[in-house]
Write a protein that binds this ligand. Structure first.
Ligand SMILES: [Zn+2]
Length: 295
């Protein structure tokens, strides 16, 4: 395993995404024993750091990989042995090529490798993602669960079906009592449900229920986006989504169309709290409605 300092020499040169990245600072926050959350730009990163080395959960964008490697490496002084991707989106997998080339093993659900191998299109953002280079692809994939035993802890990655995408993994740090939920949890705002990648509102609610069942008052939860969370933050997110589902189910039973649902402003009371984030309320309602089979 090469030392992380080498990362500097294998940084991917200036892409469009690199613009403005030189001003981004990677900030570290403790989430539990040997576990940290890193923020910079893109999805929140989870870190397990200790005597056995470093595990990264997601890796933001390629131009940030050098900074991420330095911050994570300083926590352990040992190599980044594994990168686990919570799903395929570029703001969570952008550093894969850099870390993979430097010797880290990339781990993800089967469908992450499949989607990264082919061009992907997200209609909501009109964004096209080309197939990833070989070095960026996961080299270890799993269909259901996978466990890593290191740094005095057990890291369990488990798949949740059709939530944010069709390839989501949630990572549980058993001893540290921490979860990383990827984009199945966006703390404080309406979540993006990538319907084109197989995501559904039902799946996001089910993922929240699973983590709620396995957590307690001391649990810390790293969301895909937004601040480090406690159980009650996830509970509020889950309850909001359940309210949305109840209202959309009623609208469906009345035979409403998407235009009518959007026009009816069914989430007007929720928007002040949840509508000021990733998505506008109309975008969120549209995706939730489509994921429920509405037209
Ligand atoms: Zn995502």
């Amino acid at each position: 395993m090469r030392p992380m300092a080498l990362l500097l020499t294998v940084m991917v040169p200036g892409t469009a995404l690199a613009q403005g990245m030189d001003t981004v600072t990677i900030v570290r926050q403790r989430a539990g024993d040997n576990v940290y959350m890193l923020t910079g730009r893109g999805g929140n990163i989870g870190v397990s750091a200790g005597v056995d080395g470093v595990v990264l959960i997601d890796d933001q964008f390629a131009p940030l990989a050098g900074k991420i490697g330095r911050v994570a490496g300083a926590l352990s002084g040992r190599p980044i042995r594994f990168v686990i991707n919570t799903h395929w989106h570029g703001d969570h997998t952008g550093g894969n090529e850099v870390f993979g080339s430097a010797g880290s093993l990339i781990v993800a659900h089967d469908n992450v490798r499949q989607r990264m191998s082919k061009e992907q299109f997200i209609a909501t953002f009109n964004s096209r993602t080309p197939p990833a280079p070989a070095a960026a692809l996961p080299v270890v994939t799993f269909s259901d669960t996978l466990s890593l035993y290191l740094n005095g802890d057990t890291l369990q990655a488990f798949h949740v079906a059709r939530a944010h995408t069709d390839g989501d993994a949630i990572i549980r740090f058993r001893r540290a009592n921490v979860f990383h939920m990827g984009d199945t949890f966006m703390n404080g705002f309406y979540p993006f449900i990538d319907v084109g990648s197989g995501g559904t509102l039902d799946g996001v609610i089910a993922a929240a229920d699973l983590v709620l069942a396995g957590s307690d008052g001391a649990t810390r939860i790293i969301p895909g986006h937004g601040p480090l969370a406690r159980r009650e933050d996830l509970k509020a997110f889950r309850d909001m989504l359940a309210t949305v589902r109840t209202r959309l189910t009623a609208a469906k039973q009345k035979g409403m169309t998407l235009d009518q649902v959007v026009g009816a402003d069914l989430l007007a009371d929720l928007n002040p709290v949840w509508g000021d984030g990733f998505l506008k309320a109309d975008q969120f309602v549209t995706l939730a409605w489509q994921s429920m089979g509405g037209r």
